[in-house]
Design a protein around this ligand. Structure first.
Ligand code: IPE
Ligand code: IPE
Ligand code: MG
Length: 247
């Protein structure tokens, strides 16, 4: 018993984080940003969308390997029709305008979430973008669009049942392979902008040991300085993973 205790108090290097391997962001506050400028909500979504390319660059320059951006939740379908249509059309614009540039930056794009409820043309454009960038070796960018953590878990369970997986073969690593994020390491750091302190159905399974960082800054104003502050905060965390640390 004592010997065992000794071994679990030893400090593995992973408990002293430096740069997170995977950062996931809940990009919130576009509506409030627009409201503050007396603009319609969609103007906020446009400003938020144009912030994305520079943020990708900042995180890539800091050495982050995986970046997941929460762009549209399974609950966001309940927003007014014109807002949902506007968000879908912004996604179409981004794919059209940014895919080539991401490809040139060696970024590999992944989609996490459902594709089946998106308009057919948008689905085709997404598949083309994924195929074009699939062999890139730089940053992996996961776009969470029509993503919900509960939906992801239910879909994984349904697929395991369809495949006839028996209970004794259900392990964490088997389950991971049925998630939209299969092959992507769990997020080390989850950032939420715009002040809310909740997950809003984001990466429920994957966030078991993620570090959280919340800022009141609205997403369109989240800049290089904010990126640095979030990464600095992460460096000062002590990730215990349930163990006892010596320091
Ligand atoms: C985040 O901004 C974008 C989406 C959820 C699609 P919001 O639209 O939620 O902005 P607020 O929270 O109303 O300010
Ligand atoms: C979370 O923001 C979803 C995205 C950023 C895509 P919401 O604005 O939808 O979250 P709630 O409604 O405040 O929880
Ligand atoms: Mg919001």
């Amino acid at each position: 018993m004592q010997l065992r205790q000794k071994s679990i108090t030893k400090k593995p290097s992973s408990l002293k984080p430096q740069v997170p391997i995977h950062v996931a962001i809940i990009m919130d506050g576009n509506g409030r940003w627009a409201e503050r400028q007396g603009l319609p909500r969609l103007a906020g979504h446009r400003a938020g969308t144009s912030n994305i390319s520079r943020i990708i660059r900042f995180f890539a320059n800091h050495g982050v390997s995986y970046l997941t951006l929460y762009a549209f939740s399974t609950e966001n379908w309940a927003r007014p029709d014109h807002e949902v249509r506007g968000l879908l059309s912004l996604l179409g614009e981004v794919i059209h305008e940014e895919t080539q540039s991401l490809h040139k930056q060696n970024v590999r794009v992944r989609h996490v979430g459902r594709l089946d409820r998106l308009p057919q043309q948008l689905q085709r454009n997404i598949y083309d973008g994924l195929a074009l960038t699939k062999d890139n070796t730089g940053l992996t960018l996961c776009i969470a669009f029509d993503y919900g953590g509960r939906d992801e878990i239910l879909e994984a369970i349904k697929e395991m049942l369809r495949n006839g997986i028996s209970p004794e073969h259900v392990t964490e690593s088997v389950f991971h392979n049925y998630l939209y994020t299969r092959g992507v390491p769990d997020p080390d750091l989850i950032i939420r902008t715009a002040g809310e302190l909740r997950l809003s159905n984001f990466l429920l399974w994957q966030s078991a040991y993620s570090e959280y960082y919340c800022t009141s800054t609205l997403w369109p104003d989240f800049d290089s300085n904010e990126v640095r502050q979030a990464l600095d905060a992460y460096k000062n965390r002590r990730r215990r993973f349930g163990r006892v640390l010596e320091d």
